[in-house]
Every structure is written in structure tokens, then in C-alpha cells.
Write a protein that binds this ligand. Structure first.
Ligand code: PLP
Length: 460
């Protein structure tokens, strides 16, 4: 046994040295990472990932919020193999198409809210949001209103890492690199009651935050604004679940205004919030809907923009040719993987499961973690949750000095204890596969509790 472990750790050391020599990681402080060494993930199955030291870790983030059906499903591997054999690549530029794109488009039109009957394919969520910027501007220009080019987005939103996606996003750390945002993007407040709600109740604050949109429209002028973009729940910003008053007030503000509403469903799509789309959970009537992640459960890269009839009528009619497209948009093998993924979500009733079964079960245990002396708020919708860590419960207005330090300590304890959670500022974030079993939920909650105890002992 000891000999085997030694062999495994030599393997890990070898992986780490080779990784450090040549690989620049996304969103990583490379100096710190190389000093410590990456965790090397070699295998995954269901809700579990396995590292090169033989550790089994519960994947509480479903990869990057994407592996909705769990890891390692043979049905997807088989669908990919079949499609590879038939047609490994072709595109849908210049009057061509192929069966997987046809079937996937038909399926998406059936599953999406009724106003969506068309989809434009891309390779990722970031490309979907870049497409949104170009599509919104092309839409208004086609209607003879090219001046309507400003897109209003929100602070602390995440819409991707391309120039367009990062510009729509409201991450200051991203804007500070590379001269972002690009012109024509305006950011307003986020509906983050725990962090920014002051003395208001959540309901009061939801209305206040939404009215920032109204103020921005008045300041910029409706004639200059093409769209408002928002995630139904901000994911990477820290699972910010808006107060119940927020989305209805946004709807009131946009009603009768000539401004498109874009619901970025890259995380909230495909069951994550207990409905097929977060828009249904919050009653959002969007005109455009970027999708990715859960569309294929991350088995292969694919994304899209769902286009409502209002917009597609223009794009397919007076808009003429939309000079836009990606080599790998509607990739046949990725489309086949997505189709099989959607079949699994439907056949296994995973959306109902999140709404009526595993969702409420995990939420109840998560809420109980809110009693811990380190936790200021435990929130979760569907299978998307956050624990806000605070120095002085019950105050939510007093924060730890050196924002992010305690969150990172907690995140590292969680990994060590066998559960992947993510740290955002001083909160812990959870977004497990929708296939999570009750037994796995119990294990997850037990590890989260131990993690809070360990962190509390270290920082109190
Ligand atoms: N939009 C949202 C809401 C996201 O959470 C993400 C990624 O986390 C993106 C867009 C970007 O997607 P991708 O990483 O596939 O480019």
C-alpha cells in the first residue's frame, strides 16, 4: 500500500512539474499555483472527481457549473462516437446544415419559453454574449435605429472572457486588464441585498436596485439604448439571488420601452434553478437568451443564443445577412452530445427532480448551515447556493478585513475535506450536478459543516 502511494505521489510531482513548465491556467495566480502545485484531476464519475493521488472528491461545482447530468455518462460517449463516424465536422455557413443541428434546434425550440423558436450556435458562453452585442446592434440598425447601440449591464456580473463578454461583465479585476469595457456598455447596480442592501429590507432593496435601470435609461436616453443584459441569478458574482421584487420591477420598467431584454442563461439554463430556464423561475420574458454549459453538460463545447420571434422576424426578414459566425458553431459532434444530454435531462426528469426532490432536500440542509456562527446567510435556489461568511454574526454589514482571505481558507479546507466549493469574496459557492443523490447530499452537507468548523477554528 505504502509503495503504491509513493508511486502515485511521484506521478503527481511529475504532472505538476510538467504543468508548471508549459501551462498558463485561466483565472489563476500562476506564481502561487506553481509554488503549491495544481491538483491533477484524472477521472470523474457521477458526482465525483478523482485526483492523481487517488483522492475522491465530491464535485460541488459540477465542473464549472456545467456538468448537469453528472460525469462520465456512457450514453454521451456513445452518441459522440456515432456522430464522429457519420459526420465529424461540417458547418452551417453558406446554405448548408446537418441532422444534429436540425434536431437540436427543434428540441431547443420545444424546451425554451414559447417566444423562442430560433437559435444561433456558438462554441461557448463568451461567444454567445459577443454574439448578443452584435445581434442587438444589427437588430436596431435593421429597424432604422442604429443609434440604439448602448447595452446596459450590471456590476459584478459575469458574461465571459472575450472582449465583448468581459465588457458586458461587471468584474473590475477584468476591466483593469486590456482597456475594458469596450465603448457602449454601461453598468448599473446589482441586486445584492446581503452585501449592498444597507438598512433596506430585501423587498425594498429589490425595487431600489431595479430602479437603477430606470435612472440609467433616463440619463442615457431610450433612443440610445439597445438592450439590458442580466443573469437571472448572478453565478460567478457569488450566487446573488435577487429579492422577489427585483425582476417584476425590471419588467415594469421595460414594459412599453423599446429596449431588448437579454437573460444570460449560461448557468441558469437546463434545470439549474428547478425549471428548464431561470427565466421561468423568475418570470422573465426575455428577447434573447445566451446558453452554453448545461446545454451539453460540458461534455463538448457548445453554446448558442436563443432568439425570440420578435428578433428573428427582423433577422430573417429586413435584417438581411448577419455577417457573423464561428467555425465551430453548430459543430455536429457537439450538437449530438447536446441532444443526448437533453434527452437524459428529459428522460430522467432532472428538472422536476431539482424543483421537487433533491433541490428542496439540499436547500433544507443548506439553510441549517446558516445557524453556524461563521455564516451570515445561507441561500439557495434550485441547486445553486452560497454561504456568506461573516466575522460577527448576525451583522451582515460588518465584513472580514482583507476581503477574500477567509473565503479562500474555507475553500481550501473544503477541498481538503473532500468537497469542491468555490470561494467568491468571503462566501462559499455550491452548484452540484442535478443527479446528486440524497446520500451524496448528506455527505456534501457534512463536509460543508466540517469545513465551516475548521475555518472558524482558524479565523475566530
Ligand atoms: N455567462 C455566464 C452567466 C457565465 O457564468 C459564463 C461562464 O461562467 C459565461 C457567460 C461564459 O461562458 P464560457 O466560459 O463558456 O465562455
Amino acid at each position: 500500500m505504502a509503495a503504491k502511494l509513493t508511486k502515485l505521489s511521484n506521478l503527481t510531482a511529475d504532472y505538476r512539474a510538467r504543468d508548471a513548465a508549459h501551462h498558463i491556467h485561466a483565472f489563476s495566480d500562476m506564481k502561487a499555483l506553481n509554488a503549491e502545485g495544481s491538483r491533477v484531476i484524472v477521472r470523474a464519475e457521477g458526482s465525483w472527481i478523482y485526483d492523481s493521488d487517488g483522492n475522491r472528491i465530491l464535485d460541488g461545482m459540477a465542473g464549472l457549473w456545467c456538468v448537469n447530468i453528472g460525469h462520465g455518462r456512457k450514453e454521451i460517449a456513445d452518441a459522440i462516437q456515432r456522430q464522429m463516424a457519420d459526420l465529424s465536422y461540417y458547418n452551417t455557413f453558406f446554405k448548408t446544415t446537418h441532422p444534429p443541428a436540425i434536431a437540436l434546434s427543434e428540441t431547443l425550440a420545444r424546451l425554451a419559453p414559447p417566444q423562442f423558436n430560433h437559435v444561433f450556435y456558438v462554441g461557448s458562453g463568451s461567444e454567445a454574449n459577443d454574439t448578443v452585442i452584435r445581434m442587438v446592434r444589427h437588430y436596431w440598425a435593421s429597424l432604422g435605429k442604429p443609434g440604439k447601440s448602448v447595452i446596459i449591464a450590471r456590476n459584478n456580473a459575469y458574461h465571459g472572457s472575450t472582449m465583448g463578454g468581459a465588457s458586458l461583465g461587471g468584474m473590475k479585476s477584468m476591466h483593469s486588464q486590456g482597456g475594458l469595457p469596450i465603448p457602449g456598455i454601461h453598468h448599473i447596480a446589482q441586486p445584492y441585498w446581503f452585501g449592498e442592501g444597507g438598512d433596506a429590507t430585501p423587498e425594498e432593496f429589490g425595487v431600489q436596485a431595479a430602479r437603477e435601470l430606470e435612472k440609467a435609461i433616463e440619463a442615457i436616453g431610450e433612443e440610445n439604448i439597445g438592450a439590458f443584459i442580466a443573469e437571472p441569478i448572478q453565478g460567478a458574482g457569488g450566487v446573488i439571488i435577487p429579492p422577489s421584487t427585483y425582476w417584476p420591477e425590471i419588467a415594469r420598467i421595460l414594459k412599453d420601452r423599446e429596449i431588448l431584454l437579454v437573460a444570460d442563461e449560461v448557468i441558469t439554463g437546463f434545470g439549474r434553478t428547478g425549471n428548464w430556464f431561470g427565466s421561468e423561475t423568475f418570470g422573465i420574458a426575455a428577447d434573447l437568451m445566451p446558453i452554453a454549459k448545461g446545454l451539453s453538460s460540458g461534455y463538448l463545447p457548445i453554446g448558442g443564443v436563443m432568439v425570440s420571434d420578435k428578433v428573428s422576424d427582423v433577422l430573417i426578414g429586413p435584417g438581411g445577412e448577419f455577417h457573423h459566425g464561428f467555425t465551430y458553431g453548430a459543430h455536429p459532434v457537439a450538437a449530438a452530445a447536446a441532444l443526448e444530454n437533453l434527452r437524459i435531462i428529459e428522460d430522467e426528469k432532472l428538472v422536476d427532480r431539482v424543483r421537487d426532490d433533491i433541490g428542496p432536500y439540499l436547500q433544507a440542509g443548506w439553510k441549517a448551515l446558516g445557524e453556524h456562527p461563521l455564516v451570515g446567510e445561507a441561500r439557495m435556489t434550485g441547486l445553486m447556493g452560497a454561504l456568506e461568511l461573516v466575522p460577527n454574526k448576525p451583522s451582515r454589514q460588518q465584513k472580514f478585513p482583507d476581503t477574500g482571505k477567509v473565503g479562500t481558507i474555507a475553500r481550501d479546507f473544503s477541498f481538503k475535506n473532500g468537497l469542491v466549493m468555490r470561494a467568491v469574496r468571503d462566501s462559499l459557492i455550491l452548484s452540484p450536478p442535478l443527479t446528486l443523490s440524497h446520500d451524496e447530499a448528506d455527505q456534501l452537507l457534512a463536509i460543508a459543516k466540517t469545513t465551516l468548523d475548521d475555518t472558524y477554528a482558524e479565523v475566530k
